[in-house]
Each structure stands twice: as structure tokens, then as C-alpha cells.
Ligand binder design. Sequence first.
Ligand SMILES: [Zn+2]
Length: 87
Amino acid sequence: MSHCLYCNKKIAMSKVFCSKGCKENYFQLIAIRVPKLFVKRVYVFCNEQEREEEIGNFAQRHNWRLDLCKNKIKEEAVRLGYLKLSA
Ligand SMILES: [Zn+2]
């Protein structure tokens, strides 16, 4: 057994993704580049509402999907220590 690179679902050994959607999401997610300063700005200096707006503008400006941008930015925020993952 192997695991889908995007959603981690179990798939056949010969496959890399469980679906076309996962493949698309995976490559779009890789393409999304979030500047560290942007992550810092929205997590350190913005309140929750401002953060939503900033991330919305960011996704729109680059023509990236909002949900993927949110995931990526959150990931970065955790990695950079601005956001603690609640258990
Ligand atoms: Zn998948």
C-alpha cells in the first residue's frame, strides 16, 4: 500500500494520488509561495478579521485558490512559530 501525497488516503502501490483533484491540489499547493514577512504580518500584526481579508487579497492577487492559500499560510505560520497548533 501507498499513500496519496495530498490527502494521505491509502492507495495502490502504483499510484501517487487517489484522485485527479488531489493531484491538482498538490501541484497548486506546491506552486503557492508565501513570503515569510507576509505570514509574520498577518499573524503578528493583524486581528482575525484583518487576517481573513489579507489572505483573501493575497489569494486573489496571485489567482490561487483561497482554501489552498489558507492551508499553506497556516502551515507556514506553524513552521515559523507564529501559530500554535491546538491539540
Ligand atoms: Zn488524495
